[in-house]
Ligand binder design. Sequence first.
Ligand code: SAM
Length: 177
Amino acid sequence: MKRIVLLRLGHRPERDKRITTHVGLTARLLGAEGMLLASNDPGIVKSLDGVVERWGGNFYVKNDVNFKQEIRKWKEEGGKVCHLSMYGVNLPDVTAELKQCEKLMLVVGAEKVPPEIYQLADWNVAVGSQPHSEVTALALTLDRIAEEDPLEKEFSDAELTIIPMECGKKVIEKVRD
Ligand code: SAM
Protein backbone atom coordinates (compact mmCIF):
# COMPACT_ATOMS: atom_id res chain seq x y z
CA MET A 1 0.00 0.00 0.00
CA LYS A 2 1.25 3.46 -0.91
CA ARG A 3 2.27 5.76 1.96
CA ILE A 4 1.83 9.49 1.52
CA VAL A 5 2.74 12.15 4.05
CA LEU A 6 2.33 15.91 3.76
CA LEU A 7 4.96 18.42 4.85
CA ARG A 8 3.53 21.90 5.43
CA LEU A 9 6.15 24.67 5.30
CA GLY A 10 5.91 28.33 6.22
CA HIS A 11 2.75 28.25 8.34
CA ARG A 12 2.33 31.56 10.19
CA PRO A 13 0.12 30.97 13.25
CA GLU A 14 -1.19 34.52 13.20
CA ARG A 15 -2.55 34.31 9.62
CA ASP A 16 -2.48 30.79 8.17
CA LYS A 17 -4.60 28.83 10.68
CA ARG A 18 -7.55 28.40 8.39
CA ILE A 19 -5.64 27.44 5.26
CA THR A 20 -3.30 25.07 7.11
CA THR A 21 -6.33 23.38 8.66
CA HIS A 22 -7.80 23.05 5.17
CA VAL A 23 -4.51 21.64 3.87
CA GLY A 24 -4.67 19.03 6.65
CA LEU A 25 -8.34 18.21 5.99
CA THR A 26 -7.63 17.83 2.28
CA ALA A 27 -4.64 15.57 2.95
CA ARG A 28 -6.75 13.39 5.29
CA LEU A 29 -9.67 13.19 2.86
CA LEU A 30 -7.53 12.26 -0.11
CA GLY A 31 -5.36 9.56 1.40
CA ALA A 32 -2.33 11.03 3.21
CA GLU A 33 -1.46 9.30 6.47
CA GLY A 34 -0.52 12.53 8.28
CA MET A 35 0.80 16.08 8.19
CA LEU A 36 4.18 17.30 9.40
CA LEU A 37 3.89 20.94 10.40
CA ALA A 38 7.17 22.84 10.18
CA SER A 39 5.93 25.53 12.62
CA ASN A 40 4.74 25.58 16.19
CA ASP A 41 0.95 25.75 16.34
CA PRO A 42 -0.66 23.32 18.79
CA GLY A 43 -4.07 24.74 17.79
CA ILE A 44 -3.78 23.10 14.37
CA VAL A 45 -3.04 19.73 15.98
CA LYS A 46 -6.00 20.12 18.34
CA SER A 47 -8.38 21.07 15.58
CA LEU A 48 -7.38 18.19 13.24
CA ASP A 49 -7.24 15.67 16.09
CA GLY A 50 -10.81 16.70 16.88
CA VAL A 51 -11.87 15.95 13.31
CA VAL A 52 -10.21 12.52 13.45
CA GLU A 53 -11.90 11.79 16.78
CA ARG A 54 -15.34 12.54 15.35
CA TRP A 55 -14.97 11.55 11.72
CA GLY A 56 -12.58 8.59 12.03
CA GLY A 57 -9.41 7.32 10.41
CA ASN A 58 -5.82 7.48 11.67
CA PHE A 59 -4.62 10.82 10.29
CA TYR A 60 -1.99 12.41 12.53
CA VAL A 61 -0.37 15.85 12.82
CA LYS A 62 3.19 16.27 14.05
CA ASN A 63 3.75 19.80 15.32
CA ASP A 64 6.90 21.93 15.02
CA VAL A 65 9.05 19.55 12.97
CA ASN A 66 12.46 20.37 11.57
CA PHE A 67 11.77 20.05 7.84
CA LYS A 68 15.35 19.14 6.86
CA GLN A 69 15.50 16.37 9.46
CA GLU A 70 12.11 14.99 8.37
CA ILE A 71 13.15 14.99 4.72
CA ARG A 72 16.48 13.33 5.54
CA LYS A 73 14.81 10.64 7.64
CA TRP A 74 12.13 10.01 4.98
CA LYS A 75 14.77 9.63 2.26
CA GLU A 76 16.94 7.36 4.43
CA GLU A 77 13.89 5.12 4.77
CA GLY A 78 13.52 4.95 0.98
CA GLY A 79 10.94 7.72 0.56
CA LYS A 80 10.77 10.30 -2.22
CA VAL A 81 9.91 13.98 -1.95
CA CYS A 82 7.68 15.97 -4.28
CA HIS A 83 7.55 19.73 -3.73
CA LEU A 84 4.49 21.44 -5.21
CA SER A 85 5.44 24.76 -6.76
CA MET A 86 4.13 26.65 -9.76
CA TYR A 87 7.72 26.84 -11.07
CA GLY A 88 8.14 23.07 -11.36
CA VAL A 89 7.45 20.59 -14.15
CA ASN A 90 3.80 20.21 -14.96
CA LEU A 91 1.92 17.51 -13.04
CA PRO A 92 0.58 15.62 -16.10
CA ASP A 93 4.19 15.05 -17.21
CA VAL A 94 5.16 13.24 -13.98
CA THR A 95 1.91 11.70 -12.77
CA ALA A 96 2.90 8.20 -13.93
CA GLU A 97 6.26 8.42 -12.09
CA LEU A 98 4.63 9.71 -8.91
CA LYS A 99 2.04 6.95 -9.07
CA GLN A 100 4.79 4.33 -9.00
CA CYS A 101 6.33 5.74 -5.85
CA GLU A 102 5.48 3.64 -2.77
CA LYS A 103 6.52 6.22 -0.18
CA LEU A 104 5.90 9.82 -1.09
CA MET A 105 6.25 13.08 0.85
CA LEU A 106 4.31 15.98 -0.68
CA VAL A 107 5.54 19.44 0.31
CA VAL A 108 3.46 22.62 0.18
CA GLY A 109 4.43 26.11 1.22
CA ALA A 110 2.60 29.17 2.47
CA GLU A 111 3.95 32.62 1.55
CA LYS A 112 7.50 31.64 0.59
CA VAL A 113 9.43 28.39 0.89
CA PRO A 114 13.12 28.07 1.91
CA PRO A 115 15.07 27.98 -1.39
CA GLU A 116 16.88 24.71 -0.49
CA ILE A 117 13.61 22.80 -0.79
CA TYR A 118 14.04 22.92 -4.59
CA GLN A 119 17.30 20.94 -4.24
CA LEU A 120 16.08 18.61 -1.49
CA ALA A 121 13.02 17.55 -3.51
CA ASP A 122 13.14 14.67 -6.00
CA TRP A 123 10.50 16.51 -8.03
CA ASN A 124 9.38 20.14 -8.12
CA VAL A 125 5.92 19.87 -9.60
CA ALA A 126 3.54 22.53 -10.86
CA VAL A 127 -0.17 21.93 -10.82
CA GLY A 128 -0.45 24.17 -13.85
CA SER A 129 2.13 26.95 -14.09
CA GLN A 130 -0.20 29.57 -12.63
CA PRO A 131 -0.49 30.84 -9.07
CA HIS A 132 -3.29 29.39 -6.97
CA SER A 133 -3.29 27.76 -3.56
CA GLU A 134 -1.72 24.93 -1.60
CA VAL A 135 -5.16 23.39 -1.06
CA THR A 136 -5.85 23.20 -4.79
CA ALA A 137 -2.34 21.95 -5.59
CA LEU A 138 -2.57 19.25 -2.95
CA ALA A 139 -6.09 18.16 -3.86
CA LEU A 140 -5.41 17.80 -7.57
CA THR A 141 -2.13 15.97 -6.97
CA LEU A 142 -3.56 13.51 -4.45
CA ASP A 143 -6.53 12.83 -6.67
CA ARG A 144 -4.40 12.23 -9.75
CA ILE A 145 -1.90 9.91 -8.07
CA ALA A 146 -4.49 7.89 -6.11
CA GLU A 147 -4.60 4.14 -6.74
CA GLU A 148 -8.31 3.98 -5.94
CA ASP A 149 -10.92 6.70 -5.97
CA PRO A 150 -10.22 8.56 -2.70
CA LEU A 151 -13.84 9.72 -2.55
CA GLU A 152 -14.96 6.09 -2.11
CA LYS A 153 -12.80 5.64 0.98
CA GLU A 154 -14.45 4.89 4.32
CA PHE A 155 -12.92 6.10 7.57
CA SER A 156 -12.58 3.62 10.42
CA ASP A 157 -13.96 4.19 13.95
CA ALA A 158 -16.00 7.27 13.07
CA GLU A 159 -18.41 8.68 15.63
CA LEU A 160 -20.20 10.54 12.85
CA THR A 161 -21.11 9.16 9.44
CA ILE A 162 -23.10 11.02 6.81
CA ILE A 163 -25.63 9.08 4.77
CA PRO A 164 -25.46 10.70 1.33
CA MET A 165 -28.82 11.73 -0.06
CA GLU A 166 -30.23 13.85 -2.85
CA CYS A 167 -31.94 16.26 -0.51
CA GLY A 168 -31.68 16.78 3.23
CA LYS A 169 -29.10 15.81 5.84
CA LYS A 170 -28.73 12.48 7.59
CA VAL A 171 -25.94 11.83 10.07
CA ILE A 172 -25.52 8.61 12.04
CA GLU A 173 -23.93 9.15 15.44
CA LYS A 174 -22.27 6.19 17.11
CA VAL A 175 -22.42 6.41 20.88
CA ARG A 176 -19.10 5.47 22.47
CA ASP A 177 -18.98 3.14 25.48
N1 SAM B 1 4.53 33.58 -3.76
C1 SAM B 1 4.63 32.30 -3.18
C2 SAM B 1 5.86 31.55 -3.66
O1 SAM B 1 6.42 31.97 -4.65
O2 SAM B 1 6.28 30.55 -3.05
C3 SAM B 1 3.31 31.59 -3.51
C4 SAM B 1 2.91 30.65 -2.48
S1 SAM B 1 1.32 29.90 -2.72
C5 SAM B 1 0.17 30.99 -2.06
C6 SAM B 1 1.40 28.70 -1.46
C7 SAM B 1 1.75 27.33 -1.92
O3 SAM B 1 0.76 26.87 -2.83
C8 SAM B 1 3.05 27.16 -2.65
O4 SAM B 1 4.16 27.08 -1.79
C9 SAM B 1 2.81 25.84 -3.39
O5 SAM B 1 3.07 24.73 -2.57
C10 SAM B 1 1.31 25.91 -3.68
N2 SAM B 1 1.02 26.31 -5.05
C11 SAM B 1 0.44 27.47 -5.47
N3 SAM B 1 0.32 27.47 -6.80
C12 SAM B 1 0.80 26.29 -7.25
C13 SAM B 1 0.93 25.68 -8.52
N4 SAM B 1 0.55 26.29 -9.65
N5 SAM B 1 1.46 24.46 -8.60
C14 SAM B 1 1.87 23.80 -7.48
N6 SAM B 1 1.77 24.32 -6.25
C15 SAM B 1 1.25 25.54 -6.13
